[in-house]
Each structure stands twice: as C-alpha cells, then as structure tokens.
Design a protein. Structure first.
Length: 124
C-alpha cells in the first residue's frame, strides 16, 4: 500500500508489528547485498536505486512484496522461493517464514552484482 512516509525507516516504523520485522529483515538483506544502492521513497514504496531502479518493498492488505528490477533473475529462481507467489519481477508472500531467504539473498546479490557494470550491464 502506498505511503506518505518520507523515508524508508518511517515507512517500516509505521507498519503493523507483524509486518515490521519481515520488512526490516528484507531491508537488511537488500542493504547487505547492495551497499552502494541509495534507499528512498518512490511511488509511496521503499525503493533502492543503483544505476537505475533495483529493489522495492511493499506492504499490501493481501501480504508483502519484494520487487527486483532484474526480472530474468527472478524467473530463474521461481520454483526455489518457497510457498510464495512469483510475478515477473516480484515475490509476494503473507509470512516471511514461507520464503526461502537463502534463495532471496542469492537473488539480491546477483542483481546487485549485475549493476556494478552500470545501467547498461548485459541482461541474460
């Protein structure tokens, strides 16, 4: 759900308790995988950019969502994420316990690694 929060921290702090911890976990994973990515609020969502949009998070009434701009990397791991819904460039889930976080960590690292080459890095 879109937010009027001015910062990523304010967005996460305003979430219900059951959503706050999972979003903090994903934020920490994103910032570990892509320490050069700049976090900010875009379109009412916490977003990270590095040589273009890279990651975003969302808390919606139906669950939570992680967006990764490198859609081919998401598709490559589609069956490994766990009991989640996978879209073109997103992973949707109700509980973080349903997500294979080791696979997500690999996805985030690969997406960040691809951006080291700049915005025109080759896409698989």
């Amino acid at each position: 759900m879109k937010s009027n929060a001015g910062t990523v921290s304010a967005y996460i702090d305003a979430l219900p308790v059951d959503r706050r911890k999972p979003m903090e976990t994903l934020r920490a994973m994103i910032e570990k995988a892509a320490p050069k990515a700049k976090g900010s609020m875009k379109y009412g969502l916490p977003s990270w950019e590095w040589n273009g949009p890279l990651f975003a998070l969302a808390s919606k009434p139906s669950g939570m969502e992680l967006y990764v701009a490198e859609a081919d990397l998401v598709a490559k791991r589609k069956k490994q994420f766990g009991e989640v819904e996978v879209g073109t460039s997103s992973i949707r889930f109700k509980r973080i316990e349903d997500v294979n976080l080791a696979v997500v960590a690999g996805l985030l690292a690969d997406a960040a690694d691809r951006r080291k080459g700049g915005p025109t890095a080759p896409r698989a």
